[in-house]
Design a protein around this ligand. Structure first.
Ligand code: PMP
Length: 456
């Protein structure tokens, strides 16, 4: 007779359709995890792992096993579990207030359920503004090569990763790609200032399309899934200047970078610029409930409001579970923990320690071509040879991640099976990470690279 756990493993193998794996987790070599605390995960056999990937996809910002959040969600559900988003509720208001406190210049919070949906809401705002103010003409939305914005067809239409898109065309009209900005693979070697040149490449696209047709641009402050790509000096300032010049709304996708991951509350805040719309999900509630937000300036809100005789007098969108009470309660409890435990500062300090550690490994291992990151979000790019920067085969990155797992540390591997992206490893432990945990991660990566390099 199978015990309950073995039975569930069989069901998992035969019936659960896992994301991004051809079969079940079990057949993909992943254990079934049953418990978490802090950065630790335990599998069903009792083995402990240190999770340096925040749940695999940059989510668990305050770590596992936070009873404060679980209690806040449970208390809220016991008191009142649901109201439509058109009705007022206490946690949604309290969470909006706390969030906006950290986002000077932004003033309205629109709730939904996932990062993709938060981006869809932003796109719909842009489209409705185009209809209301520009006879429908300023409808185009620019997105950048290598950036990812989600899984729905419109969010994928705004995603600059060819292989991810490959199976799902045709795409939504009106999404236009602009060149990537990745100094390590500088496509403008002659330019004196890479950041400014990369921003000017966006301006060229606006001029080619016609500024009267471009309503917005969506970008990740630090490209996450596309390879932990930190922007060069001067880039964001120039991008903002170009948006202002052509009356283009700047949408920052903070789904990964938001809520402390990079050592500030939001990634854009490193660069002193003001976005018009900010989207967030993932770490907003550290995975204790599903919630996402599309946060806008008062100006964007007002562009969608009533004027006399206007038939498009407010944002014409709805989402059944957007702003559901459990999500807002979890988001609020999550932010309180980050504040009370000083986790923004910890993310910054431990992030520096992590980057220093990885840079020291770069001195030792020639396979590490580049080390990038901010706060507790770091990446290393693996190359065959530093001069040519030719990427290693995906199997090498898989082997290194596997060797880390064998040693009890789970790390991230950037966008599986995507050509040009699959040589990048990423590290995003919970923002509570201690110096010992960071040093342990670096030591394990050191050993893993040494063991795999020896076989090459
Ligand atoms: N934007 C970014 C930058 C992301 O990394 C992701 C998810 N990986 C999304 C949006 C989509 O979020 P979700 O999976 O919650 O829809």
């Amino acid at each position: 007779r199978l015990n309950e756990l073995d039975l569930l493993k069989t069901v998992d193998r035969d019936h659960v359709w896992h994301h991004l794996t051809p079969g079940a987790a079990a057949s993909n070599g992943l254990p079934m995890f049953v418990r978490g605390k802090g950065l630790s995960l335990w599998d069903s056999e009792g083995n402990e792992y240190l999770d340096a990937s925040a749940g695999g996809v940059w989510v668990t910002n305050v770590g596992y096993g936070r009873t404060e959040i679980a209690d806040a969600v449970r208390d809220q559900l016991a008191e009142l579990n649901f109201l439509a988003g058109s009705m007022g509720n206490k946690p949604a208001a309290a969470f909006a207030q706390k969030l906006l406190d950290k986002m000077p210049g932004l003033n309205r919070v629109y709730y939904s359920n996932s990062g993709s949906e938060a981006n869809e809401k932003a796109f719909k705002m842009v489209r409705q503004i185009a209809h209301k103010h520009y006879e429908g003409k300023k409808y185009k939305i620019l997105y950048r090569e290598r950036d990812y914005h989600g899984t729905t067809i419109a969010a994928l239409s705004a995603t600059g990763q060819a292989e991810r898109r490959a199976h799902f065309g045709p795409f939504v009209p009106g999404f236009v790609e602009v060149p990537h900005c990745m100094e390590y693979r500088n496509q403008y070697p002659e330019a004196a200032d890479y950041g400014v040149k990369a921003a000017e490449a966006i301006e060229e696209v606006i001029l080619r399309e016609g500024a009267g047709t471009v309503g917005a641009m969506i970008l990740e402050p630090i490209t996450a899934g596309g390879g932990v790509i930190t922007p060069p000096e001067g880039y964001w300032e120039k991008v903002r200047e170009i948006c202002d010049k052509y009356n283009v709304l700047l949408i920052m996708d903070e789904v990964v970078c938001g809520v402390g991951r990079t050592g500030k509350w939001f990634g854009y805040q490193h660069y002193g610029i003001q976005p018009d719309i900010v989207t967030m999900a993932k770490g907003v509630a550290s995975g204790y409930a599903a919630i996402s937000c599309t946060v806008t300036t008062e100006r964007v809100y007002e562009l969608l409001q009533e004027e006399s005789g206007d038939t498009l007098g407010f944002f014409r969108d709805i989402s059944t579970f957007g702003g559901c009470l459990a999500g807002a309660a979890a988001g609020l409890a999550n932010m309180k923990i980050i504040e009370e435990e000083g986790l923004i500062e910890n993310s910054r300090l431990m992030g520096e320690r992590l980057l220093d550690g990885l840079r020291a490994l770069q001195e030792k291992h020639s396979i590490i071509g580049d080390v990038r990151g901010k706060g507790l979000f770091a990446g290393i790019e693996l190359v065959v040879d530093r001069d040519s920067k030719a990427p290693v085969d995906e199997s090498v990155a898989i082997a290194i991640a596997g060797a880390c797992k064998q040693r009890g540390v789970l790390i991230g591997r950037t966008n599986r099976s995507l050509e040009g992206f699959n040589n990048i490893l990423n590290f995003s432990p919970a923002l509570t990470a201690t110096a010992e945990q960071i040093d342990h991660i670096v030591a394990v990566v050191d050993e893993a690279i040494a063991s795999v390099s020896a076989t090459l």
